[in-house]
Design a protein around this ligand. Sequence first.
Ligand SMILES: Cc1cc2nc3c(=O)[nH]c(=O)nc-3n(C[C@H](O)[C@H](O)[C@H](O)COP(=O)(O)OP(=O)(O)OC[C@H]3O[C@@H](n4cnc5c(N)ncnc54)[C@H](O)[C@@H]3O)c2cc1C
Length: 299
Amino acid sequence: MKFNFPIFEIMRLNYELGKKTWFGTGGKCSLYFEPKSINQLILILKLSRRFFQILIIGSGSNVIIRDGGYKGAVIKLKGEFTKIKFHEKDLILSVGAGVKDSEISKFCLNNGISGLEFLSGIPGTIGGNLKMNAGCYGSQISDKLIDCTIVDRKLNIKVLRKDEMNFEYRKSSFHSNQIIIQARFKVNKNNKDKIKKRIFKITNDRKKTQPVAKRTGGSTFTNPNEHSAWKLIDKIKFRGKRQGGAKVSELHSNFLINDNDASSLDIEMLGEEIKRNVWEQQKIKLDWELLRIGKFKKI
Ligand SMILES: Cc1cc2nc3c(=O)[nH]c(=O)nc-3n(C[C@H](O)[C@H](O)[C@H](O)COP(=O)(O)OP(=O)(O)OC[C@H]3O[C@@H](n4cnc5c(N)ncnc54)[C@H](O)[C@@H]3O)c2cc1C
């Protein structure tokens, strides 16, 4: 294979991946790429197909990268994958998978588009949102989805209609070898003041109830059937509990925070300790919502 194109310009070796996540903890990855176009992405996939496993990352707001890092190629979409287009006639919003939720909110507010206001409370990207079927305040990203475009490791580019995918609470049917590159949503037009009010309410409520300014990963565990994870954690009196530099948030007990130079192991051990105590005291199994990626560091 020829590497005459600037693949080396967009490639980093031994990249400090953990520092790029919301927790700011964890190790390095072997290779890191920021493709700005579909051609660059295809080339990276061709290169890694033979040699590496790949991981696609958005804002890193739902992951713990373990301290031993990730052996493989990590891809973060930039450039043409961070564009938003509004087709006013059909009320369709086309969003690149690398677009941040805060940018979608801003775009929707500026253009009087409603339906995706809830994204103002989520610090991810559209790719991560779809993979996790992210949501809050009674809405989830799959609600307004029409279709999305993916590239797989065999380099096929496909458009998947919503009815060809499966979405559940914080889960989707995308495989780890499918890279979402774009998605289309059916939206509505609305009065800008109404949209602004809703966004303002969401961001304000969040500041009061969640440690949004801290190094965190959002909800640690999904809510088990008919239970709220935070209530189960409060019952075992873990609010404020520490493990090394990690801490259970005082503001929201289902949020773990990197309070004082935590390692990913501190965070994961604190999570496991919560799971164990909830099980022992309440016989309810908590499942991680945070994705734990990579290897533990050898001691
Ligand atoms: C303060 C805070 C508040 C939060 N509040 C909420 C909330 O209210 N509701 C909620 O649902 N979540 C919430 N989260 C969690 C998180 O923001 C969401 O899960 C978000 O959708 C993750 O997006 P991301 O881009 O950061 O994905 P990442 O964390 O980078 O990745 C998550 C998963 O998505 C995959 N992925 C990312 N991009 C792509 C792509 N282009 N193609 C294929 N797969 C991809 C990754 O491989 C990984 O498996 C919160 C997190 C924080 C830190």
